[in-house]
Design a protein around this ligand. Structure first.
Ligand code: SAH
Length: 222
């Protein structure tokens, strides 16, 4: 039995299949994304007393005032990111570590940064226990990107940003894209920025969402 099987069960597999059907009904069409959601056990990112909520399509508290993102939102952002095998992907806002594992399932080499130490430690432990060796976790302020590993094929921000940090665009490869929720603290629009050439960007403003605030140098000052 591998690390995965030990933490999973028939009941949870069944609940995941139902969740995947729900996401399909809500408009997620990318089969690779749906398969990844079907594969990664979301309940292991919850404390066991809350397992019954793990396959509901909603965000859930993970401590420190933060949340594990709603499955629909994870699927939506992942679909927009158009991840390919071996892509180098930067995720800003590790949180539980769930989204990072979804990206790893798609074959990405994932670099994920979290600003809160206790969350970083929990996520690191959970990602290791599932055996995702292609995910590397870091503690720090991701609002300025991650210069040591740049450039990236894809950058995903999973917290609400007041603006698009220039550093993130700079750290994208030509042909790459950045997916980021931008707006006020209460409501954001999902934005996808494609870097078509060194000085040529294409920006798409998409659906509204509500994320926890991005902190740090390019985030919200509280
Ligand atoms: N992707 C996560 C969602 C976590 S919520 C998941 O799958 O569970 C957003 C996370 O971003 C929070 O954990 C928050 O602490 C973190 N965060 C906020 N500002 C940050 C910053 N500047 N750098 C890195 N992480 C940040």
């Amino acid at each position: 039995m591998n690390a995965f099987e030990k933490q999973d069960s028939f009941k949870h597999k069944g609940q995941r299949r139902m969740l995947v059907q729900e996401l399909e009904r809500k408009g997620i069409g990318d089969m690779r994304v749906l398969e990844a959601i079907n594969k990664v056990p979301r309940h292991v990112f919850f404390e066991s007393v809350f397992w019954e909520h793990a396959y509901e399509d909603r965000p859930f508290p993970i401590g420190e005032g933060q949340t594990i993102t709603q499955p629909y939102t994870v699927a939506y952002q992942t679909e927009l990111l158009e991840v390919e095998e071996r892509h180098k992907v930067l995720e800003i806002g590790t949180g539980s570590g769930y989204q990072a594992c979804i990206l790893a399932e798609l074959g990405a080499r994932v670099f994920t940064v979290e600003i809160i130490e206790s969350l970083y430690r929990n996520a690191e432990r959970q990602i290791r226990s599932l055996g995702y060796s292609s995910v590397k976790t870091f503690l720090g302020d991701g609002s300025v990107g991650f210069i040591g590993e740049a450039p990236f094929d894809r950058i995903l921000v999973t917290a609400a940003a007041p603006h698009i940090p220039k550093a993130l665009v700079d750290q994208l490869k030509v042909g790459g894209c950045l997916v980021i929720p931008v707006g006020s603290r209460n409501r954001q629009q999902m934005i996808r920025v494609r870097k078509l050439a060194k000085n040529e960007l294409q920006k798409e403003v998409l659906a509204p969402f509500i994320f926890v605030p991005l902190r740090g140098q390019e985030g919200w000052r509280s």
